[in-house]
Ligand binder design. Sequence first.
Ligand SMILES: NC(=O)c1ccc[n+]([C@@H]2O[C@H](COP(=O)([O-])OP(=O)(O)OC[C@H]3O[C@@H](n4cnc5c(N)ncnc54)[C@H](O)[C@@H]3O)[C@@H](O)[C@H]2O)c1
Length: 349
Amino acid sequence: MRLPAFRDTLEEMKSPLRAAVIGLGSMGANHARVLSELPGVALVGVADSDPERVAKATANRAFPGFTGIAALLAGTTPEMVSVVVPTGLHETVALQVIGAGANVLVEKPIAADVPAAARIAAAAEARGVALMVGHIERFNPAIRELKARLDAGQGGRVLQIRARRVGPFPHRIRDVGVIHDLAPHDIDIMRYLLGDEVERVYAEAQSHIATGNEDLFAGMLHFRSGVLGLLDINWLTPTKERTLTVLCEKGMFVADYALQSLAFYENYAAAAREGLIASVTEGPMTRYPINNREPLRVELEAFRDAVAGGLPAPVDARDGIAALAVAEALVASARAGTPVVVSEGVAPH
Ligand SMILES: NC(=O)c1ccc[n+]([C@@H]2O[C@H](COP(=O)([O-])OP(=O)(O)OC[C@H]3O[C@@H](n4cnc5c(N)ncnc54)[C@H](O)[C@@H]3O)[C@@H](O)[C@H]2O)c1
C-alpha cells in the first residue's frame, strides 16, 4: 500500500493535502476550524471519543466525524493529522497515526514523559513521516520579530530571559501539572531565541487546588552559555498574563505573547568593557509595529508546507523532547529541593 505521507504524481501534488484532527476539545476545535479554512488543505475528517463533540464539530460540515481513531484513519486516509487529545494519550494516539503512515502534529507537550516522546520520535523516523510538535509561540509574530532583532545583534549579549505565564486554573486539565502544561511554551522559546540548551534547573512548586499536581511554580534555568532563564508560571492568577522579557547588555526587549507586541528599552550607557557592563541608564523606548496573525494558523501553514515539500518539520521531536526534559527536571528539582542537571539535554541546532 502506498504511504499517504508521500505524493508521487503531479496530480497528487496539485490536490489539497488531506488533513484530520483527533481530539475536539478546547484546542482541537481550533485546529479543525483553522484546517477547514487553510488554502492547500482539505479537512477530510475529525475524531473524538465523545460523540457530542463529534456531532458539534461536524454539524453542517462536509467532512465526516468518528468516535474511533482507527475508523477515522481507515475511512479518510489523511496525510497530515493534528493530535489534540489530553497529554497522557499523545503517545498512544500518535503511534496509531504514524502506524497509518500519516504525518503528525502532536500538541505540546510532546508526551507525558521523555521515554514516551522518544518512542513517538523513533516510530515517526522508522515510518518516514514528519513529526511536528505544537510549540505554538514559535509562530507568534511578536516572537519572530524578537528573534530577528536578537539575531541581528540589536541587544548585544543576552543576560537573562524572564517569562510570566499566569492565569486561572483550567478545570479540564487533570492529567498533568502546570509545569508540564505551560512551561514547555517558554522553555521552547528561550531555547529558540538563544540557540542554546538548558544545563541545570532549580524550581519551587506548590499545589493549592487538590489535583495532586503542582499549580504554582517558580523556576530558574541555567543555559550552557550562562544565560539565566526565569519562569513565573501558575494557574492561580485571576487575570491572564503571557509576557517575556529579554534583558541584554544594550537594553531590554519586552514581548507580550497575547497582545503580540514588542518593545525595546534602550540602555543609554550601553558601553561594555571586556564583557562587563560599564553602566546602565534609562534610554528611549521603541515599540515595533507587528503584523498580527493567529499563531495556530501560522503553525498549521508551516506544517502544511513541510508535508507538501517533504521538508523537516520546523519544530521537531528534538525540540519537543528538549522542552519536556527541562519540564521533568523542574518537577524533579521542586520535589528534591535541589538543583537538577538536565539529563536528556540535546545539542543545539
Ligand atoms: N498549543 C497550545 O497553546 C495549547 C492550548 C491548549 C491545549 N493544548 C494541548 O492540546 C491537548 C488537548 O488539550 P485541550 O485543552 O484541548 O483538552 P480538552 O480536554 O479540552 O480536549 C481533549 C479532547 O480529547 C478527547 N479525547 C480524549 N480521549 C480521546 C481518545 N482516546 N480518542 C479521541 N479523543 C479523545 C476528549 O473527549 C476531548 O474532547 C493537550 O495536550 C494540551 O496540552 C495546547
